[in-house]
Design a protein around this ligand. Structure first.
Ligand SMILES: *[C@@H]1O[C@H](CO)[C@@H](O)[C@H](O)[C@H]1NC(C)=O
Length: 349
C-alpha cells in the first residue's frame, strides 16, 4: 500500500508530458488548417473586379458580309472580359458561337458534331418572318436568342427612348409639306401595300425610294424634315418588330409617325402613347386621311405629338460590334443550362 504514491511520482510527469504533446499537436493542426482555409477562400471568393468572366466569342459569319472591329467591347461599350474572334479554327475552344441566321439560312453552314459541354450557341436575327426561312435548321442546337423581340435573351431593339435628366425644350422644325414615305422593297400583297393604295386616294403622299422620287443619302434628312407626317409602315406585322422607319426616319428626323405594324399596345411598351398615330385607331384609310388633314390645320393639336420630346431622347444602337459585345455581356451574366428546342416556335409564336 505504502508503495503506491511512490509509483504515482513516476507516472504523473509521463502523463503530463502526453497531455502537453497533444496540445502542441492539436494547435498545430488548427493553425495549419485555418491557414489552408484562408488560402482557399482567397482563391474562390469572387472579387468585385472579377464579376465579368473572360469569354471568347466566335462570330460565325460577318453579318450580311459586313465586317466590323472586334476589339471595341471595352473601349466603346465598357463591357470588359470579352474577346471576339472571327477565326473558325477556334471553334473547339470558344465559350460561345453567334450565328447570324440570314447568312446561313440557305447554305446551312453550321458546324456538325459534338461541341464542348460549356459552349453556348446564340441565334441572332433582326429580320422579320417575311424574309426569315429555314428556322428548323437550328432545332435542338440553340441556347440563347438575340433579336428585336423583347423576350429574347439578348434584346436588340432598333432604337429606344432614353429619359432626359432635365426637361428640355424642343423646337418643331418648320413644315411645308404633308405626308412622306420612303420605301425600297415593295412587298406587294402585304397589308401596308394595300393600305397605302387606299390611303393615297384621300390624301397626297410623297413616296421616295428605289422606284419612286429620288432621295440622296445626304438629302435624306433635309427632304424629310419638311413633312409633318411619316408613314412608318412595317413590311411585316410581328410582335416588337418596330424598325428604323420609326426610330430614324420619323423620330430622329423630327416627323410625326403614322405607324402600321404590331398593335398599338405593343408600340406603347416602348414609346409614349401620344408620340404616334396608329392606323388601327381608324376604321378606314379614308378616316385616317381626314384626321391627318384636320391635324394639318390645327397647329396646337399637331404640336402635342412633340410634347414627349421634353422628357425623352431617341437613341439608335448602331454598329454590329455593339450587338456582339452585348451578347457577350449577357453570356457573362446568365450562367447555367438553357436549351431552346425550336427557335422557329419561339420566334413565330
Ligand atoms: C446548349 O444547348 C444544347 C442543345 O440543346 C445542349 O445540348 C447543351 O447542353 C446546352 N448547353 C448549355 C450550357 O446550356
Amino acid at each position: 500500500m505504502g508503495k503506491k504514491p511512490y509509483k504515482l511520482f513516476f507516472i504523473l510527469p509521463f502523463f503530463l508530458g502526453i497531455v502537453l504533446l497533444s496540445y502542441v499537436w492539436f494547435f498545430k493542426q488548427v493553425l495549419h488548417g485555418s491557414e489552408i482555409e484562408n488560402r482557399h477562400s482567397t482563391l474562390i471568393k469572387p472579387s468585385k473586379e472579377n464579376v465579368n468572366e473572360k469569354l471568347l466569342i466566335l462570330v460565325w459569319t460577318w453579318p450580311f458580309k459586313e465586317t466590323f472591329p472586334l476589339d471595341t467591347c471595352e473601349s466603346h461599350y465598357k463591357i470588359s472580359g470579352c474577346s471576339l474572334t472571327a477565326d473558325r479554327s477556334l471553334l473547339g475552344e470558344v465559350d460561345a458561337v453567334v450565328f447570324h441566321h440570314y447568312d446561313v439560312m440557305y447554305s446551312w453552314d453550321i458546324p456538325r458534331g459534338p461541341r464542348p459541354h460549356y459552349q453556348r450557341w446564340v441565334w441572332f436575327n433582326i429580320e422579320p418572318p417575311i424574309v426569315t426561312v429555314n428556322l428548323y435548321i437550328f432545332d435542338n442546337l440553340i441556347n440563347m436568342t438575340m433579336s428585336y423581340q423583347e423576350n429574347s435573351d439578348i434584346f436588340l431593339p432598333y432604337g429606344y427612348m432614353k429619359p432626359l435628366k432635365e426637361p428640355q425644350s424642343f423646337k418643331i422644325p418648320t413644315k411645308s409639306k404633308l405626308v412622306a414615305w420612303v420605301v425600297s422593297a415593295w412587298y406587294s400583297g402585304t397589308r401596308r401595300a394595300s393600305y397605302y393604295e387606299e390611303l393615297k386616294k384621300h390624301i397626297d403622299i410623297d413616296v421616295y425610294g428605289r422606284y419612286h422620287k429620288k432621295l440622296s443619302r445626304d438629302g435624306f434628312e433635309r427632304t424629310l424634315i419638311q413633312y409633318k407626317f411619316y408613314l412608318a409602315f412595317e413590311n411585316c406585322e410581328h410582335r416588337d418588330y418596330i424598325t428604323e422607319k420609326l426610330w430614324s426616319n420619323a423620330f430622329i428626323t423630327g416627323l410625326v409617325p403614322v405607324v402600321l405594324g404590331p398593335p398599338r399596345e405593343n408600340y406603347e411598351r416602348f414609346i409614349p402613347p401620344t408620340s404616334f398615330i396608329h392606323v388601327d385607331d381608324f376604321s378606314s384609310p379614308k378616316e385616317l386621311a381626314q384626321f391627318l388633314l384636320d391635324l394639318d390645320k390645327d397647329n396646337a393639336k399637331y404640336e402635342q405629338y412633340f410634347s414627349w420630346r421634353s422628357k425623352f431622347v431617341t437613341v439608335r444602337e448602331l454598329g454590329w460590334d455593339s450587338f456582339y459585345c452585348k451578347a457577350c455581356r449577357e453570356l457573362q451574366q446568365s450562367k447555367g443550362y438553357k436549351a431552346i428546342a425550336s427557335v422557329e416556335k419561339w420566334f413565330l409564336t
